[in-house]
Design a protein around this ligand. Structure first.
Ligand code: GLY
Length: 310
């Protein structure tokens, strides 16, 4: 387990914490640092916490090393990318998208959903909404994603189990793609995220993911599900990464927020969260509250923080 807490004084000193996904390469921390700095710059430019979180996640979505936006994993047909994203702040703003295709910054679309009468749009409706707000057509497939897909197929050919606790055959059994399964189906399930505390003491969280591979068409994990992959409230903000099917069962982000609201130190809350899971399940979290911020994962997880002046 790797866990770190940054100790900041109990104040409204602004801070942005970002992560690049549980199980991602810790050497990619520079990408998280660039994202945290973008979020902090957004605060310096006068934005609130939510806009800063979006600014940070946009940088991670543009970095092809991370499984979000450009660089998202391919679905099992080797051509489809379906992305999820969400935003929330402690002042009541909430927006999310699921199964969104061909958009460069899903997190920006999620932020725009917060201005509609709804909180979550999915599939074709989300895409049509994205175009309505001016998000142009974008192919997020990268050479790295294609290589990852090939490597997954190789593992399938060798009969290696790809999803903890799940038989590879179940993907063939429930196959729901319009094209046939080319080969019976390394699991990838990273997410990117940011949590922010602004100078006014408000909190925000934003997250974005290409989802898991392998996965059936239309699969949605924890990232756009309130209380599971993200939560922001009066006690702070929490972003979660890892395997969504397990995270949702614990409503993990809301649970950790609740522990902090009850007075548990942030670092203890993050460490306790990991104990809820079988160690074979990738899990990671970042969080911020009134006095602290930090990150914790049972895998390598690139993350970074940028702090502003008081
Ligand atoms: N945590 C990302 C997902 O399960 O989709």
């Amino acid at each position: 387990m790797s866990a770190t807490a940054l100790n900041t004084p109990p104040s409204s000193r602004p801070i942005v914490v970002t992560h690049g996904g549980a199980g991602a390469d810790a050497r990619d921390r520079d990408g998280c640092a660039a994202a945290a700095n973008a979020g902090m710059q957004s605060l310096r430019d006068g934005s609130g916490a939510l806009q800063a979180a979006v600014a940070a996640v946009r940088v991670l979505e543009d970095d092809p090393r991370f499984n979000a936006g450009t660089g998202s994993v391919l679905r099992m047909d080797g051509v489809t990318v379906e992305m999820d994203a969400a935003v929330m702040d402690s002042q009541g703003r909430l927006g999310a998208v699921a199964g969104l295709r061909r958009v460069r910054h899903p997190v920006q679309v999620a932020a725009a959903v917060a201005d509609t009468p709804h909180w979550l749009l999915c599939g074709e409706g989300a895409l049509r909404f994205a175009r309505h707000i001016g998000a142009g057509d974008h192919d997020p497939v990268t050479p790295q994603a294609l290589r990852k897909h090939q490597s997954m197929l190789e593992k399938l050919r060798r009969g290696e189990r790809l999803v903890h606790g799940e038989d590879n055959a179940s993907f063939a059994q429930h196959w729901n793609y319009p094209t046939p399964l080319a080969v019976a189906p390394g699991q990838a399930c990273d997410t990117v995220g940011a949590v922010v505390r602004d100078a006014g003491g408000h909190y925000a969280v934003a997250g974005s993911t290409g989802g898991c591979a392998p996965a059936l068409l239309g699969r949605v994990g924890d990232t756009p599900i309130i209380g599971a992959g993200f939560y922001a409230g009066p006690a702070g903000a929490v972003a979660v990464t890892g395997i969504g099917e397990h995270i949702v069962r614990h409503l993990l982000a809301h649970t950790v927020h609740g522990w902090m609201a009850d007075g548990m130190p942030l670092d203890d809350a993050l460490r306790r969260a990991l104990t809820l899971f079988d160690p074979a399940i990738d899990i990671g979290l970042i969080a911020v509250n009134a006095s602290d911020s930090g990150a914790c994962s049972n895998r390598d997880m690139p993350w970074a923080a940028a702090e502003g002046a008081q």
